[in-house]
Design a protein around this ligand. Sequence first.
Ligand code: F6P
Length: 418
Amino acid sequence: MKIGILNSGGDCPGLNAVIHGVVGAAAELGWEVIGFRDGFEGLLPPGDFMTLQAEDTVGILKLGGTILGTTNKGHFAAKIGEGEVSGVPREIVAKAKRTMDQMGIGALIVVGGDGSLTTGMQLYQEGWPIIGVPKTIDNDLRATAMTFGFDSAVSTVVDGLDRLHTTAASHKRVMVLEVMGRHAGWIALWGGMAGGANVVLLPEIPFDMEKVAEFIRQREAMGHHSTLVVVAEGARLPDGQIMRIADNAGGEVRLGGMGDYVAHQIERLTGKETRSCTLGHLQRGGAPTALDRILGIRFGVMAVKLAAEGRFGRMVSYQSYHVDSVPIADAVDQLRLVESGGEMVNAARAIGICFGDWFHRFWVLGEGYIPKGLWAVATALECGDMSPLSPQRDMSRRSKAETCLRTPSAVAIRNVAD
Ligand code: F6P
């Protein structure tokens, strides 16, 4: 059999590993693999493609990007905005199908994110032999527990935070790092936790800059003079709007600017010197991590298996440490978002990460070991200068302070929702 593969949408570390997996597994079956260039565009007459043999994929595992090229706009863009789906025009589908038929492609492996898989689903519904492979650094597809590229993106965030940590501490500054994450804040959450961020701001958890500022003031009072903030590009402004750089003709809007916004607000509210930095496409480029290489290879091999079994209209999926598949129809338009009360966010809260939605706790380590800065905070609280911190909302500010000072346990003041 002759099968085709294309990469569509934004690139992502691990795409070449998928190609490697597909070509390797296909070679075992004696199949020929055709790689279409620049996503679905490569299907348009006269066809833009390359034959992929096992020797062509030697050494590509470690390469970022994709040897096939990709695009997130063009004739086949099925999504034009948040939640808006536009079908691919019939004449375009017909032209591309002619290429498929003339070349005798018996299965087409579409490696893409939500938008590209939506296109893939339309083509499957029109009779094409489509197999989907999920791809997104945002890791926000509900039908798969993990997508390749995410781990590499998170590693870049962690590296960025490690670097920001030293400069923030040296200058006693607040450093804000804007990371990718259009609808979901997984990159910010994982990166923030692993990189030791103090504040993590996500699209899924509405935040209040005053609460973030209060948290930073408390840290200051406790002797922590630098703070690391991670904000997802898709985090929302107080009015629920996203920050956009530009409307992308024929594609999704370009996000950006949240980091600068958050930095400006922190400086305004706390008086602390604050800088912001945007990681941008550094998160998408470069070599994939070992995890992403393995995941990519396994996804590619599973795609060939599905083709061999004639199970078209299915998307490769990773669940409970196994690579399996689900119907593409069950996978598209189903985002997996960070849950505000989920285990991961709770774990982050437990280690003191602020999401800007609560007035935050501080820790009292016992009467015999109360740091100097904390005494200052507690005294201020007694004077009524501090924000409410006690879980017992009906208590007076004075008794809250007493609670705080007298509690002998390790955690004297707990988080309380505002
Ligand atoms: O969807 C993946 C993603 O990396 C988003 O996080 C980001 O908003 C977008 O792609 C950037 O796309 P582009 O490469 O078109 O700027």
